[in-house]
Structures are given as C-alpha cells and as structure tokens.
Design a protein around this ligand. Structure first.
Ligand SMILES: Cc1cc2nc3c(=O)[nH]c(=O)nc-3n(C[C@H](O)[C@H](O)[C@H](O)COP(=O)(O)OP(=O)(O)OC[C@H]3O[C@@H](n4cnc5c(N)ncnc54)[C@H](O)[C@@H]3O)c2cc1C
Length: 384
C-alpha cells in the first residue's frame, strides 16, 4: 500500500478510532433520520480535523493535502454524507486561505477550523454543470459594492452553509472565461433558499437551489482577481475531484469490510459462506481494485501537495473512483443477498451513497473529456 509517513499513519489512526467509536455506531440511525449531522461536524472541529486544506499554495502550517485526503477517506468510511458535506467546505476554505482578502480571511478562518462555520461551493446552474463556464449569474460593480443576481443548482450544503463561494460572470467583460469568484454570507439580504432536492443517497447531506437576488456585498468579498476566476475554478474543481475520490474510496472500503464480515459469519451446512470461491473471488477483486484506487488517490494527492501539474491525473482518478466504488458496493450488496437490499442493512446505504459520487465534481464523462483532450494534444510520455 501507499507509503505514508509515520505522522500520516498516526493521523489516520486517530480518525479511524474516532469513526469506529463515534460515527459507525450511529451511522445507520442518523442516515434514516435524514438529519444534518451538525454534532459530528462540530466534533471534527474540536478534534482539530478541519484545519487542513487541499491547496498546495498556502503557507499556513498544519495544512497538507494528504492529510485532507486521509481525513475525507476515513470519515466517509463511517458515513458517506460526511465526506460529501465537508468536500465543498474544504474547497471554500482553500479559496478563503489562498485568494480572499486579508480582512475576509481574518474574519472567518478561526470559525472555519472549529467547525462553527460551514461553507458551500456553488458553480452549477440550470444550464448544466458540465459546462461550468456557461453561467448566467452576473456580478455588477456599484461603487464600493458588488450586486449579484443569479441562481445556483444542486448545491451541497444549500440552506445549511454559513457562506457561499460562487462563480459569476463579471459584467465588465464579454469574454467566455471572464468569470470571478465571490463570497456571499448566508445572512446577506437577497440570499433565497429555493427547493431542497430529494436525492437517492447521502441522506444526511442537504442539496438544493440558492438564488441571489440583488444581493449587495462589499468589495472585499471578491475572491482573487476580477475576471480571472477561471484559474481558481479549475484549481477548486481539481481539489473537488480529489476530495470526492477520497470519499468514494472510504465508501468502497466500508463495502469491502461489510462483505468480509457478512460472508465470514454466515454458515451453510457448517461451512462459512466466504469459503465458496464464488464469494471469495469478488472479495479479492474488490480488494485489488480498492488498493489500486487508494494508491492512485495518494499519488495524485502528493502531486497536488508538491505543486506539480495534476489536472489529467485527478480526472483519471475520478473515473477510477466512480467505477471502483460503484462496483464494490454492488458486489458487496450481492454477497449480502436479500438483506443487502433491505433498508436495515448498511450496505444498502453504501450502495445509494456510491451513486452520489459518480456525478459530484464532474461526471465520469466530464472527466473522460478532460483526459481524452489532454492525451490528444500532448505526448503520452508526459504522463507515464
Ligand atoms: C452529490 C452531488 C453533489 C453536488 N454538489 C455540488 C456543489 O456543491 N456545487 C456545485 O456547484 N454543483 C454541485 N453538484 C452538481 C454537479 O457538479 C453537476 O451535477 C455535474 O457537474 C453535472 O452537471 P449536470 O447535472 O447539470 O449534468 P449536465 O452537465 O447537464 O450533463 C448531463 C449528462 O450529459 C453528460 N455530458 C455533458 N456534456 C457532455 C459531453 N460533452 N460529452 C459527453 N457527455 C456529456 C454528462 O456527463 C451527464 O451524464 C453536485 C452534484 C451531485 C450529484
């Protein structure tokens, strides 16, 4: 397996213990309740798990990409919705730490690390999330303020988040890539929470539509440079793909654990179910695929951490993560028989949560477009 440093291994052990003690025993109950897991998120803040980022561009101590990935993977092994909720939070935290004005950063950062403030990252619109540049949300400068109008869809943490990092077309330019990022506080006048989407999985997360209607925000809420938000968007999307791949790896590992436990404890005529090759082979396949996913995940995290280009690698990783996680959950469900389709079983939840990962932060097709386009323009040796 991937060669972690002792510090990273200790960090993983800490989170694993926390998940085993405080998340897994109540995961099924809170999934059924569909309640937002405020308590667990606050606890993650108390334990210092939230003070790391996905950006390699920051000078803040204690912030390291690999730690962030380890955290998301391990927490999602306990409950997929926790990873889904925290992924856009980390994207927002990265934007805050690396591109926001000093005044905004100072105002928000402490509460972000303690879990008292939660962010959403909002770029998708009704016109289609795959083409994230084709947006109608518009920001117009008016003296010392910006006025934002637009609607964002399928937003994780919509209505729950304390603040939104949003992309908007900046009226001063007609260029397609001329977008900018802004921070909008959920208490700002003009933030309207529209419908909450009912999704197939990740019951404890909230997804919905947010409208910004004549929303006036001070000039220091511009994130980065006006009209140059495209680079920020690419960076945060890459971080999102890395993050969701970690969430998928955590769900896949839990599916494997459940398959091993169930098939090891069920007996037919005195023999364990797992002693049949028809059960042992899919378990071996799951292990092989999940190992490959994890190694690719941490290799990609190290590229990001060491400031190396990783756009192609992270899109390829997301393709792998979508496939491995979905397949592992399906195989584990089959091993559980009818129980695996029952609302009482944990694997049923893993299976539903795995579907959510296939579209978040770019569909498999969107990732394939990114990889295929790079491979058709650059020599393969650049990647191997
Ligand atoms: C769990 C989850 C969490 C999410 N969280 C957020 C969030 O926090 N913030 C946010 O901004 N968005 C979020 N989204 C939205 C997500 O980013 C979009 O759903 C995604 O980008 C796809 O956009 P779409 O659903 O509009 O599909 P579309 O872009 O309309 O695509 C529809 C289908 O066509 C395919 N397709 C599109 N273009 C091509 C092409 N050129 N070639 C081949 N196939 C193509 C797509 O792969 C897809 O299968 C989330 C979505 C999910 C499911």
């Amino acid at each position: 397996m991937y060669d972690f440093t002792q510090e990273q291994l200790d960090f993983r052990k800490n989170i694993r213990e926390f998940v085993d003690k405080e998340v897994l025993p109540q995961a099924q109950r809170i999934d059924i309740s569909s309640k937002f897991p405020y308590q667990i998120i606050k606890r993650c803040g108390e334990l210092g798990f939230l003070d790391h980022l996905f950006s390699s561009e920051t000078n803040y101590s204690n912030m390291e990409v690999t730690r962030g990935v380890i955290f998301l993977e391990e927490i999602s092994r306990g409950l997929g919705s926790l990873g889904l909720i925290l992924c856009p939070h980390f994207q927002g935290t990265t934007l805050l730490s690396t591109a926001a004005s000093e005044s905004l950063r100072t105002e928000l950062i402490k509460q972000v690390y303690t879990g008292e403030k939660l962010f959403a990252y909002a770029i998708s619109e009704a016109s289609g999330g795959t083409n994230a540049l084709d947006i109608a949300t518009i920001a117009v400068r008016d003296g010392a303020e910006w006025v934002i109008n637009g609607t964002k869809c399928w937003i994780t943490n919509a209505g729950i988040a304390d603040g939104y990092f949003i992309s908007a077309r900046t009226a001063s330019s007609s260029q397609r890539r001329s977008i900018s990022f802004f921070y909008i506080d959920s208490s700002d006048i003009g933030v309207i929470h529209r419908e909450r989407n009912k999704m197939i999985g990740c019951n404890n997360s909230v997804m919905g539509t947010v409208q910004f209607k004549d929303c006036r925000i001070p000039a220091n809420r511009l994130i980065g440079i006006e009209n140059e938000g495209y680079t920020l968007m690419k960076d945060t999307l890459n971080q999102g793909r890395l993050g969701i791949s970690a969430v998928a790896a955590g769900i896949a590992q839990r599916a494997l654990e459940l398959a091993i436990t169930f098939s090891g404890s069920r007996k037919y005529y005195g023999r364990k179910l797992s002693s049949n090759q028809g059960i042992g082979f899919p378990i071996a396949e799951m292990y092989a695929h999940i190992s490959a996913l994890k190694n690719t995940l941490y290799h990609t995290a190290s590229l990001c951490e060491n400031k190396k280009p990783y756009s192609v690698e992270v899109s390829a990783l997301k393709i792998l993560a979508n496939e491995v996680c979905s397949q592992a959950c399906q195989q584990a469900q089959e091993i559980h028989g009818a129980y695996g389709l029952s609302k009482d079983s944990e694997i049923e939840r893993c299976l539903r949560d795995s579907y959510m990962m296939t579209t978040a932060e770019g569909t498999t097709q969107a990732c394939k477009i990114a990889v295929a386009s790079a491979l058709s323009n650059q020599p393969l040796e650049q990647y191997f």
